[in-house]
Design a binder for this molecule. Structure first.
Ligand SMILES: C[S@@+](CC[C@H](N)C(=O)[O-])C[C@H]1O[C@@H](n2cnc3c(N)ncnc32)[C@H](O)[C@@H]1O
Length: 267
């Protein structure tokens, strides 16, 4: 069940490859939003228990622990989980959980004050079932945090967004070109992509105009599970390859990602 892409996952390589996550604009935005999520919790606890669902190399885990939360980092990848143990276990606020990719059947109801997931739902075949599972394990008064999932702008490509991408991205991305050339395992994926234009190394993911995360369905589930929306913010994701000046010019004009914070009603 572990996706091929994350087998033998090397956290340092993962973080180097994700200039869209590990950069000096996205990280402070993420930290501020997680802080808002933590301050929205109404469970009355003095020690927050958080779940980082699809933790990868510990992007959210690091922020959650810095915010004082005891954090369960959950993933399909044994390599990522080992890396999390190596990096975070000494502080006493970290534990890991191996996922099965389909549900959270080994987790009882109402376990966490905060359940957070970032850049994961579009990797999950039945992501709506997972949203229901994430709701199930939030305590009454607890908070669900969903971040780094695309908005309609990403798929519909309005003219202003196309203009932004044309101006912000380098004409030739030499760094990517060279890393592709040197990545011997990558040639197999290039060949597969030539055969099937929808093939993605990361597996069967929802990133296509006719098959992508539908926020209205997520919100319907949240309403049905008695969650109230505390914050919903669209933003233009900053990628390290972008021209910063162009990004600043367009960041309030087109937004391609969403973060949503919702709290489970207590009655
Ligand atoms: C793009 S990475 C994001 C990792 C991390 N949240 C971050 O912020 O860097 C996607 C993560 O989702 C995990 N994943 C993929 N399919 C999954 C599934 N069906 N259930 C749970 N996690 C999954 C992968 O192992 C990987 O760690």
């Amino acid at each position: 069940m572990e996706p091929e892409y994350y087998k033998g996952a090397d956290a340092a390589v993962y973080e180097h490859a994700h200039g869209d996550i590990f950069n000096s604009i996205e990280q402070p935005r993420l930290r501020d939003m997680l802080h808002q999520a933590v301050t929205s919790i109404r469970t009355g606890t003095s020690q927050i228990k958080a779940l980082d669902f699809g933790c990868g190399s510990g992007n959210l885990t690091r922020h959650l622990i810095e915010l004082g939360a005891h954090t369960t980092s959950a993933d399909l990848s044994d390599d990522f989980l080992r890396d999390i143990e190596r990096k975070f276990s000494a502080g006493g606020l970290s534990e890991t959980l191996k996922l099965n990719g389909k549900d959270l059947s080994n987790v009882p109801d109402s376990q966490f004050d905060l359940v957070a997931t970032y850049s994961v739902l579009h990797h999950v075949p039945d992501y709506l079932a997972i949203v229901r599972e994430l709701c199930r394990v939030v305590k009454p008064g607890g908070v669900l945090y969903i971040d780094h999932e695309a908005t309609e702008t990403y798929y519909q490509r309005p003219p202003v967004y196309v203009e932004f991408l044309r101006k912000a991205r380098p004409r030739v991305n030499w760094r990517r070109f060279v890393s592709l050339l040197l990545d011997v395992r990558g040639y197999v994926h290039i060949l597969r992509r030539l055969r099937d234009p929808r093939y993605k190394r990361e597996g069967d993911i929802h990133v296509w105009p006719d098959d992508h995360i539908e926020w209205d369905k997520i919100e319907q589930i949240l309403a049905g599970e008695r969650f109230e929306i505390v914050a919903k913010q669209d933003y233009l994701l900053y990628k390290a390859i972008y021209d910063l000046q162009v990004y600043d010019e367009y960041k309030d004009r087109c937004m391609d990602e969403r973060v949503l914070i919702a709290r489970r009603r207590t009655q």
